[in-house]
Design a protein around this ligand. Sequence first.
Ligand SMILES: [Mg+2]
Ligand SMILES: [Zn+2]
Length: 199
Amino acid sequence: MKIKNVFLDRDGTVILEKHYLSDPKEVELIPEAGSTLAAMQKQGCRLFLITNQSGIGRKYFKVEDYLAVQEKLGELLDTFQVNFTATQYCPHRPDENCLCRKPKTLMWDKLKKKFALDPKESIIIGDKEADILFGRNCGFKSSILVLTGHGLKEAEKLDLPCLTDSWMKLAPQKPNWPDIVARDIKAAWEAVRKGLMTE
Ligand SMILES: [Mg+2]
Ligand SMILES: [Zn+2]
């Protein structure tokens, strides 16, 4: 199998997008996200969560709130026996010009080093252009845009063709276009299994 590492955006990809989520009671999995992550693990993939949390830098909430949300997410995923190999978050505001906020690559650089990851064995699934560009900047095998969360709006902004099935490959590529567009995380994984593993 060629894909060993799945990088996942959190808000709008794994859990429902709630504007600057900081209350653990508000954490809700995207439908089929738990079973899909379990399926990824069953295929031998390691899961990495990477999330921009500028609400911390904007002082909308504290690191402790973020951690409480993460704990709740962990509880919800326990039901599916899903574990993230590692999680990274960027707490900064965009104007702080840090090196970790997606689409910049510091979160990848750290994980790559720690876990000896190969970008060609890695993919990202996210609901924003920043996730797609992150995958590009890291040299990933594939960057997948889901239409949950901010995804629909982002697809419009990027002028992507309309989705007529649960997922599609995009070719020819534009620099900021995803390789694949998928209705949701479940469809994204289906696309990976059918489109990438068999290449
Ligand atoms: Mg997101
Ligand atoms: Zn940062």
